[in-house]
Write a protein that binds this ligand. Structure first.
Ligand SMILES: [Zn+2]
Length: 480
């Protein structure tokens, strides 16, 4: 590895969040019966001509702006010709010659260091249909189905410069890209639903050289983790090929998640899409005023929000980075903070319990039942000493699953902590009477003996005594 440098460029397809498709009025809703959201335009029937969806242009411009791109004020669509069953027209409408957005960048954080990844272009294009192979994969199937619900869905394809040098950098770039687009409301950016898809162009070259090696294009990665693993595998594979004295073949390779390897899908020495201008659709002309209006609708972005959490609420930068990495987490934090104004405590519970449970159950925050108000109420119970921190975690889990009020959960589970001094005083007196040796130890200077006595009180109360109160009361009684 040390003698080679990996050179990676990412092509990310993001589905824009519109109600209708790019050139027709068909619904873009996810998960409907196959071929129920189609019409002559998105089926590519002869003689049908579409009309551009204005919302797509607005969202594409917004996407370009949050990726720090320049916006093209005069652009148009082109035809990219190829034959495949998912593309009934025989050509895909895209922007080949003049993308709507170009020359942008994203700054990523790698081991505390800032690194800028330049973005070549972001262009609008239509999605083809979706092939579903009867036997699971194309290699093992006798036939395939085509679902044209996806045909004509509006996408932007975001192409990075080949300036990424590891799987880790690719992951950080994708996280940043996803967060920016999510905050701007441009897309749902859900990889598992296909609204964000990523292909990676990977090559390697000897360290110190500048010419690019032969690249392969990696497809079929279904998560950011998969992108990272696939890149790491492919880099190692190419280095081995070169070390063996062979040459890397320019081809498309598929990531096999179960086996953790990439496999050759097809050779692609010279792709030729015979592109030409789409004359049936008018060009897109944008005025600087209209672009400025779109810019005015962009809310606070992740970097700015992170900075605000550090400067206004005193959160450590690391906490602020985790919380602002997703809009849902950031909103949850802000809402909880309104009810319980202790930023660090809220951050600890979000980064500890909340993220732990979401990861363990592989869930999105929107699927969890706990609310920001609920968390704030729970933190108040802990602060008042009604329950211990440890009990709080137990209550949190029930709130996460069932969404109940923390006070009610505490009652139902009989969890409340005993802080009542009268009640505790009686129990402590009993413990002191039963343990004369520990008392004598404490009084002769072995201060740690108090720990044993606190333990005895906790045992007598089945863990419900407030340990802080018990400790203070014990010391007071023993000092007399
Ligand atoms: Zn349609």
């Amino acid at each position: 590895m040390s003698n080679y440098e990996a050179v990676i460029g990412l092509e990310v397809h993001v589905e824009l969040k519109t109600h209708t498709k790019l050139f027709c009025g068909c619904s873009t809703e996810f998960g409907k019966e196959p071929n129920t959201q189609v019409c002559p335009v998105c089926l590519g029937l002869p003689g049908s001509t579409g009309v551009l969806n204005k919302k797509v242009v607005e969202l594409a411009v917004k996407a370009g702006l949050v990726l720090n791109c320049k916006i093209g004020t005069y652009t148009w669509f082109d035809r990219k010709n190829y034959y495949y069953p998912d593309l009934p027209k025989g050509f895909q409408i895209s922007q080949v010659f003049r993308p709507i957005a170009y020359k942008g960048y994203l700054d990523i954080d790698i081991n505390g260091q800032n690194k800028r990844i330049n973005i070549t272009r972001a262009h609008i294009e239509e999605d083809p249909g979706k092939l579903i192979h009867s036997g699971g994969s194309i290699m093992t199937s006798h036939y395939s189905y085509v679902d044209y619900n996806r045909s004509g869905m509006p996408l932007i394809e975001i192409v990075s410069e080949p300036e990424i040098h590891s799987g880790e950098e690719a992951g950080a770039y994708l996280e940043k890209l996803k967060a920016n687009l999510e905050y701007a409301g441009v897309s749902d950016v859900k990889m598992e639903q296909g609204s964000l898809r990523c292909d990676a162009n990977v090559s390697v070259r000897p360290v110190g050289t500048t010419a690019l090696g032969t690249k392969t294009e990696i497809k079929n990665m279904n998560s950011f983790r998969a992108v990272q693993r696939a890149i790491e595998y492919e880099v190692e594979r190419q280095i081995e090929v070169l070390e063996d004295g062979d040459r890397v073949i320019q081809e498309t390779r598929g990531w096999d998640e179960n086996r953790g390897i990439t496999l050759s899908m097809r050779n692609k020495e010279n792709p030729d899409y015979r592109c030409f201008i789409e004359h049936e659709l008018p060009p897109i002309e944008l005025t600087p005023e209209w672009i400025a209006d779109v810019k005015g609708t962009i809310p606070e972005l992740p970097d700015a929000r992170r900075k605000r959490l550090v400067e206004e609420h005193g959160l450590p930068d690391y906490d602020a980075g985790v919380i602002t990495s997703s809009l849902a987490l950031a909103e949850f934090f802000d809402a909880a903070l309104k009810k319980y104004p202790d930023a660090k405590t809220i951050s600890n519970w979000i980064m500890g319990e909340l993220l732990r449970l979401l990861n363990a159950r592989n869930m999105e925050l929107s699927e969890a039942k706990i609310t920001p108000d609920g968390l704030a109420a729970l933190l108040e119970l802990i602060e008042k000493g009604s329950i211990s921190n440890k009990m709080g975690k137990e209550v949190f889990e029930v709130m996460f699953e069932e969404g109940k009020d923390p006070g009610q959960i505490v009652k139902e589970k009989g969890l409340s902590q005993i802080s009542d001094e009268g009640q505790l005083s009686r129990i402590i007196d009993e413990v002191i009477a039963k343990n004369p040796k520990s008392v004598a130890d404490f009084q002769s200077g072995k201060k740690q003996a108090v720990g044993f006595l606190v333990g005895q009180v906790m045992k007598a109360t089945k863990g419900q005594a407030n340990p802080g109160v018990v400790n203070a009361m014990l010391r007071e009684k023993l000092a007399q």
